[in-house]
Design a binder for this molecule. Structure first.
Ligand SMILES: [Zn+2]
Length: 243
């Protein structure tokens, strides 16, 4: 369910989600405001919360305006996630080697002048792959002896409608690079899930027993994976097995 409320001349989109506490975001480039509230929260409570946060909203909007005005070479700005945390991601043109800097709340990406949208996207994707690769290789090394399986190869790639996949005969696992936006423990769940498919290819009772034994919080992890309000995310599933 969605609604919109007006407070002090500011329009706030209210979205009810399966979350524990309210989350308030001021998004670039225009400073639009979104308030996520737990399901069953009355609209009036959402309004009271937003009124209390009005000062904070105004400060964030002003910070954003200043940032956009004062950042030389800025060509793109949006909110994005990295390992479950939300950042303001700015893309700047700069006549130097392309780079990525991750700060407390900001990610700054520089590209050479004239780099088009597709090449920027590729650069960001390659950076995500590098981050994932480091994390995933460690996870696989850790989980291979625990599960007594061997991953002969893993592939990190864009996937449209699944978090992971497994070709158990070849011992290959495939992971969605969008997992880099999720908390690490959720990526670990997907990796363990796919590695268990090396033992049991289908989601049968044996599979459920194994995942429950090795990753007891899997149901919660699965629900969170599909529930985090990540912008521009497709409603992905972890149901990943295709013969
Ligand atoms: Zn599966």
């Amino acid at each position: 369910m969605n609604a919109s409320i007006q407070i002090g001349g500011i329009s706030i989109a209210v979205i009810w989600k399966n979350i524990n506490g309210a989350q308030l975001y001021v998004d670039p480039p225009d400073g639009s405001v979104t308030l996520y509230v737990p399901e069953k929260t009355p609209l009036e409570s959402a309004r009271v919360y937003a009124v209390k946060k009005l000062g904070w909203i105004l400060v964030q909007q002003e910070k954003l305006r200043q940032h956009i005005m004062n950042t030389e070479g800025l060509i793109d700005i949006k909110s994005d996630y990295l390992w479950g945390d939300r950042y303001i991601m700015s893309v700047l043109e700069c006549d130097a080697r392309p780079s990525v800097t991750v700060g407390c709340e900001e990610i700054t990406i520089t590209v050479r002048p004239g780099t088009d949208h597709a090449r920027r996207r590729t650069f960001i994707h390659e950076w995500h792959k590098k981050l994932m690769d480091k994390f995933i290789s460690g996870l696989i090394r850790e989980w291979e002896p625990r599960l007594d399986v061997k991953v002969t190869a893993y592939v990190l790639q864009r996937m449209r409608n699944r978090w992971g996949n497994c070709y158990h005969k070849a011992g290959h696992i495939f992971l969605n690079t969008n997992l880099v936006k999720k908390p690490r423990e959720l990526t670990e769940y997907v990796v363990v899930h796919e590695m268990i498919h090396l033992i049991e290819p289908t989601h049968n009772q044996g599979f459920v027993s194994l995942i429950t034994e090795h990753f007891p919080t899997w149901r919660e992890a699965r629900a969170r994976l599909n529930d985090l309000n990540l912008q521009n995310d497709l409603p992905l599933q972890d149901e990943d097995w295709r013969e």
